[in-house]
Design a protein around this ligand. Structure first.
Ligand code: ATP
Length: 241
């Protein structure tokens, strides 16, 4: 349902993603892995339509992106790696601020379930600047997914959080997956990846070099390590599969 065809991306003279093609199935939960700087975030931003390809085409629902742009915008929720919250607001104020910005309104039942699962009600009246990194990341996630999106994109959703917050976040993402939503998330954490992914997308040196199940990754990992033997970080990642 999401298809990249011969897509590449460059900034000025710097090529960040070399030409690649891939498809993401509706309802799949895709763990995006790879060394720093391999192009994972740029790829995710292109799915989110925050970045456009320099060359090639992206289609959603078998239609070119340009034709279904409105539906795509409505269907996508993006949780950025960087937390950008208003530090002076309480969690409650923060959520109501972002709710007002949703053009189609918010499904209150869904929001309530997300708040409960992430236990945000425990810190509802606290200002953001008083919260730990784990709570901030949960608020950040709640805002990114406020509109109950069919396609959930998350850039390192559990980076820097403690185990309790991690369990909450993983639990919520598992719920979304079980409801048939499509999940794409970047992670460096094999615990999280094992809990959530039914498919892996591995980036190396500016291109996706593997897409498939964990079983297939296990079969192909030695070959991948040999092919990219200059990339010590990639070998390190694959050692933990
Ligand atoms: N707006 C930009 N202008 C120029 N270069 C960029 C821009 N955005 C990303 N890059 C470069 O593209 C390359 C890939 O970056 P990207 O953030 O996609 O990698 P990543 O795999 O997500 O890395 P990380 O794991 O560190 O987040 C990096 O070398 C980065 O410096």
């Amino acid at each position: 349902m999401i298809r990249f065809e011969d897509v590449s991306k460059w900034y000025k003279r710097k090529t960040v993603l070399h030409p690649f093609s891939l498809t993401v199935r509706e309802g799949s939960s895709v763990g995006i892995i790879g060394p720093n700087g391999a192009g994972k975030s740029t790829f995710l931003k292109m799915v989110a339509s925050l970045e456009r390809p320099s060359k090639g085409t992206v289609s959603f629902y078998n239609e070119p992106y340009e034709k279904v742009i409105k539906q795509v915008r409505a269907d996508i929720g993006y949780v950025p790696q960087d937390i950008a919250l208003y530090e002076e607001l309480t969690v409650k104020e923060q959520l109501s601020f972002w709710k007002k910005l949703e053009p189609r309104g918010v499904d209150e039942g869904f929001l309530e379930e997300m708040i409960q699962t992430l236990r945000l009600n425990e810190v509802f009246d606290q200002r953001i600047n008083r919260l730990s990194g784990g709570w901030k990341r949960k608020v950040n996630m709640c805002i990114g997914l406020l509109k109950n999106p069919a396609i959930c994109l998350l850039d390192e959703p559990t980076a820097g959080v403690d185990l309790a917050a991690k369990e909450d976040i993983i639990g919520w993402l598992q719920t979304l997956h079980s409801e048939g939503k499509t999940l794409l998330y970047i992670s460096h954490d094999w615990y999280e990846l094992n809990q959530l992914s039914d498919e892996y997308l591995l980036f190396a040196s500016g291109a996706p070099v593997f897409q498939g199940s964990k079983d297939r990754l296990l079969v192909e990992k030695n070959e991948l390590m040999q092919t990219y033997n200059q990339d010590a970080e990639l070998s390190r990642i694959l050692q933990y599969v």
